[in-house]
Design a protein around this ligand. Structure first.
Ligand code: HAM
Length: 418
């Protein structure tokens, strides 16, 4: 019996890991610079949490959730996204008592039963940021963070696309206008759009098929209430202040029900169909809807697989996460000085591999070459009886005998010069 991965999942290992660590490191660094603390919520949550927040009629809830009944008869869902779990945790742990604003970030796997293709998986990974309790200036901070992380990673061929979908006060009027407009095009639009006409009219705007019809549709900006207009104008002013280039697109509405006002996406130029590397927006009603107090909030998430595709397209090479600096080859009964030397080097922060297979010296040197060790220490019984080891610079092939007592300094010095 041969076991294989579940469709739409991947194993991540080897050089590929460097990409993941580059994203995680950039995320942690930027999170730290902006004062966001990490939050880890469970992978499994009550199904109802996502139905209530993401929305009963959304594709995510209708078609994409991994839902099962556990042995206790509860309906459980593997989290398809991270915002609802963060809000649940915020309410459940009474974090409101800790004051405002509260800033969180998370890194982890999400699960959606979608048709796998380039940039789309069933288990994928997100980096996400959520800011609870913010004033309008927070919208600019959230977009700023997303852009900062992408730049930190080394990406440049992306664009920020923003829109506002208004609020409960002004959106009904806008929806009416859309209904009126689309009622004249119902026989031209695709089946999905026909279905969504009565369940989720905004989604007709981001249909990938009926683009021309959507382009000519009424725009939310023309239906804003005063507060929404002011909010949107302020966001644009602040983005300019921060030197962040952006485009406006009235067709950007996003597929989740919890959004209001600001929505945004970051699209990568070289990714093709699945070009959204990040998406987010404001969700001022979600905390209340999930049983908490009124807490305006917003956030975004970035797809890590898509960022890696973008890095490869742009030729961004992540730093090597694991560098085999020193390999200690040994022959004979020399483990005591070998372990001591290895520990002395590690105490200096140097990565040290010690031979564990007890192979011939030739095989050990071949292994050192394969893992790309920069320096090989050869510890033989003969040499150690004279208190010396052989140190070989793998780049130049130069080799010298070094007193055991000076070996650490000698190796540090050599590594510095490489
Ligand atoms: P989302 O747009 O559904 O938003 O997902 C955010 C990002 O996750 C997407 O832009 C994409 O890069 C990535 N992504 C989504 N689905 C897949 C998939 N099947 N395979 C690979 N990558 C994928 C959210 O999840 C919201 N919770 C974002 C948010 C946070 N809004 C406010 N706060």
């Amino acid at each position: 019996m041969k076991y294989t991965r579940i469709k739409g999942t991947v194993d991540i290992y080897g050089d590929e890991m460097d990409y993941w660590l580059a994203i995680e490191n950039a995320t942690r660094q930027v999170a730290n610079l902006f004062g966001y603390s990490e939050i880890r919520t469970p992978i499994i949550e009550p199904t109802e949490l996502f139905v209530r927040s993401v929305g009963q009629e959304t594709d995510m809830v209708q078609k994409e959730m991994y839902t099962f009944t556990d042995r206790g008869g509860r309906s459980i869902t593997l989290r398809p996204e991270g915002t609802a779990p963060v809000v649940r945790a915020f309410i459940e742990n009474s974090m409101i008592n800790l004051g405002f604003p509260q800033r969180f970030f998370y890194i982890g796997p999400m699960f959606r039963y979608e048709r796998p293709q380039k940039g789309r998986q069933r288990q994928f990974h997100q980096v996400g940021f959520e800011l609870l309790g913010p004033s309008p200036t927070a919208d600019a901070e959230i977009i700023h963070i997303a852009v900062r992380i992408l730049k930190e990673i080394g990406l440049s061929k992306f664009k920020v696309v923003i829109n506002s979908i208004g609020c409960d006060k002004c959106r009904p009027r806008y929806k009416e206008a859309l209904k009126e407009y689309y009622s004249h095009h119902l026989d031209e639009v695709c089946d999905d759009c026909k279905r969504r006409y009565s369940t989720n009219i905004l989604r007709l705007l981001d249909c990938k098929v009926d683009v021309e019809i959507a382009k000519a549709a009424p725009k939310s900006v023309d239906y804003f209430c005063d507060e929404c207009r002011e909010h949107y104008t302020r966001l644009k002013d602040l983005l300019k202040l921060l030197d962040i280039d952006f485009e406006e697109d009235h067709r950007l509405v996003r597929g989740l029900d919890y959004y209001n006002r600001t929505v945004f996406e970051i699209r990568h130029e070289l990714l093709g169909a699945q070009d959204a590397i990040a998406g987010g927006g404001r969700y001022d009603k979600l905390v209340e809807e999930l049983g908490g107090p009124h807490v305006p909030a917003l956030g975004f998430a970035m797809g890590m697989e898509r960022i890696i595709l973008a890095m490869k397209e742009e030729g961004v090479k992540p730093p090597e996460a694991l560098q085999h600096q020193v390999f200690i080859a040994h022959v004979g009964d020399v483990m005591e000085p070998v372990f001591r030397l290895a520990e002395d080097l590690r105490r200096e922060g140097i990565t040290v591999d010690v031979e564990v297979m007890e192979r011939s010296l030739r095989a050990q040197l071949k292994h050192a070459d394969r893992i790309g060790a920069r320096i090989v220490v050869i510890a033989g019984e003969n040499e150690l009886s004279r208190d010396v080891v052989v140190v070989r610079d793998m780049e130049s092939g130069e080799q010298s005998e070094v007193d055991l007592g000076f070996a650490v300094d000698f190796i540090i010095d050599k590594l510095k010069k490489m």
